[in-house]
Design a protein around this ligand. Structure first.
Ligand code: T5A
Length: 214
């Protein structure tokens, strides 16, 4: 898809467990809407009725026997539906789309965490997305122990949250590696700071992006 004036923009939020994406989603939405941006909010895995059913399977702790390949393919099955039904039509019509997690999460969790070769993920990425990529990715980065403590305070753990700390160390490493490889679209937020300080960083990133895209 060409990046024309009329095309919307695609913004993704990424980060490890408990990094604060959900906490700041409404704040980011308000900031963009106050800047006059027409916005659609969505998430992965999920974002469509079919995708939400796939999400339930992926997060269900009872599915502890799920193979890494099945997990990877389910992520991309949900994503294919999400792109076709929601994301691409919205962007083509000029709406901006804010998505809580996207393909960088697959590289981080299924690639870094589970150890699936990045080249195999890339095959699926090209199949499902062709050359479609986020225009901006905001990575909430924080120490894994702090993130897991925050996530753990919320109650019952989903299938991913039950992984060992080393899994999330690999996830964090893979995210930071993606940032180094694609600095043009990544902005890192120091998510260890207090909420007010996190939001000041977000203001800066969002205002700068909106100004550049106008
Ligand atoms: N997944 C997803 C894959 O493996 N591959 C993929 O391709 C995709 C798309 C999704 C899971 O799926 C995996 C990754 C995930 O494990 P989910 O429920 O969407 O599951 O989980 P997360 O996106 O990880 O959401 P979390 O809720 O775990 O993390 P958040 O949203 O980053 O954290 P949040 O905002 O809920 O905050 C956690 C707690 O911390 C507090 C909050 O109040 C909350 O209690 N908090 C702070 N406390 C102090 N200071 C701050 N600055 C704070 N910010 C938040």
């Amino acid at each position: 898809m060409g990046r024309t004036q009329h095309r919307g923009r695609f913004i993704t939020l990424e980060g490890g467990e408990g990094a604060g994406k959900s906490t700041n989603l409404d704040y980011i939405r308000d900031r963009l809407e106050n800047a006059g941006v027409p916005l659609l909010l969505t998430r992965e895995p999920g974002g469509t009725p079919l995708g939400e059913k796939v999400r339930d399977m992926l997060l269900d702790p009872d599915n502890s026997h799920m193979s890494s390949d099945a997990e990877l393919l389910l992520m991309f099955a949900a994503r294919a539906q999400h792109l076709q039904q929601v994301i691409l039509p919205a962007v083509e019509q000029g709406s901006w789309v804010l998505c809580d997690r996207f393909t960088d999460a697959t590289y981080a969790y299924q690639g870094g965490g589970r150890g699936i070769e990045f080249q195999r993920i890339q095959v699926l990425e090209e199949w499902v997305q062709k050359d479609f990529q986020p225009d901006l990715t905001i990575l909430f980065d924080l120490d894994v122990t702090i993130g897991l403590e925050r996530a753990g305070n919320r109650g019952a753990l989903d299938r991913f949250e039950q992984e060992e700390k080393t899994f999330f160390e690999k996830v964090r490493h893979a995210y930071l590696e993606r940032c180094r490889e694609q600095p043009h679209r990544f902005r890192i937020i120091d998510a260890e700071q207090e909420l007010d300080a996190v939001r000041r960083q977000l203001d800066h990133v969002i205002d700068e992006f909106v100004a550049a895209e106008r």
